[in-house]
Design a protein around this ligand. Structure first.
Ligand code: ZN
Length: 294
């Protein structure tokens, strides 16, 4: 049965690595962050630093895979902008409101209801269907990350969906985000980035409870990178895929995925990245926050 595998996680948590590892099966197509396809097509939002190119290095309109997908009439309706992103304003104000809200489940359900857009969900369904028909794969890996996007797809599309919740130490995620935005030295930024990462994590934990446990697997970045062979074998078991091989390298250039870590254009060995442990030594406040909330 055609199955979508949706990776839920925060940014800087290893979803590109996981997607690439799962693409080592002929039954699997790793599409990357499929929620951003509209942004890539119209060159808006994340992706500007690599010219909105596919992991193969070509632009979406030139890439041999995406060119076929995007020329499909179900996808390209030139009267309308093609978009697959379910917008949800996750910002400081939202995070504070969520924390002080007494009925958190109701708060989330209300937001899910308000962010549900039939047109977008229809686009997502058409995109998956077209990838299945052109790519001939049985599984599509969508590493769009956001749990609200995941739940809308779970509720409103007709595909079988399996979820992988990929967790990483929130101190490591915070430091990686600070580095990416080049603001490690600002104490204010350290606190706000940590706070939003912490709340995002709480929301993920709450939202995955809305998924049938049979369709959900939880894994940590630390385990995935320290024991990659064992971890990936457990995930393939969970997905019911027998035909795969294990590679010691992340090598996205061979595939056609959208978005993900900026390092994906180079072949890299799979290693546990613990550089943040040295960097946190220069950030005493973050260390304290991590100790109490991490
Ligand atoms: Zn490509």
């Amino acid at each position: 049965m055609k199955t979508i595998v949706y990776i839920i996680c925060d940014t800087r948590s290893g979803s590109t690595l996981l997607g690439d590892m799962l693409s080592k099966s002929p039954d699997v197509f790793f599409g990357g962050e499929l929620q951003n396809i509209g942004g890539y097509l119209y060159e808006k939002g994340t992706g500007a630093s690599w010219n909105y190119s596919c992991s193969c290095g070509d632009s979406l309109r030139c890439c041999q895979f995406w060119r076929k997908i995007l020329s499909n009439r179900n996808i390209m309706n030139f009267d309308k902008k093609f978009d697959t992103l379910i917008e949800w304003k996750f910002n400081k104000r939202f995070a504070i409101r969520y924390l002080i809200s007494l009925k958190k489940n109701n708060y989330i359900k209300k937001l899910l209801k308000n962010s549900c857009k039939k047109r977008i969900l229809n686009n997502i369904e058409n995109l998956y269907e077209t990838i299945f028909s052109i790519g001939k794969s049985k599984y599509i890996i969508d590493s769009s990350k956001r749990p609200w996007q995941a739940l809308q797809i779970y509720k409103y599309t007709s595909f079988k969906i399996k979820f992988i919740y990929l967790k990483r130490d929130i101190k490591a995620v915070t430091i990686s985000k600070l580095k990416w935005d080049k603001c490690q030295s600002s104490i204010y930024k350290q606190a706000t980035y940590f706070f939003s990462t912490y709340v995002y994590n709480l929301i993920c934990c709450r939202m995955i409870k809305m998924i049938n446990p049979h369709n959900l697997m939880e894994i940590t970045y630390e385990n995935l990178t320290k024991n990659p062979k064992e971890s990936i074998s457990l995930i393939f078991d969970f997905l019911g895929i027998e035909n795969y091989y294990f590679s010691k390298y992340m090598d996205c250039k061979k595939g056609h995925s959208i978005g993900g870590t900026p390092t994906r254009f180079k072949k890299r060995p799979i290693i546990y990245d613990e550089r943040w442990k040295n960097e946190i030594e220069k950030m005493p406040m973050l260390k304290v926050l991590g100790k109490y909330f991490g």
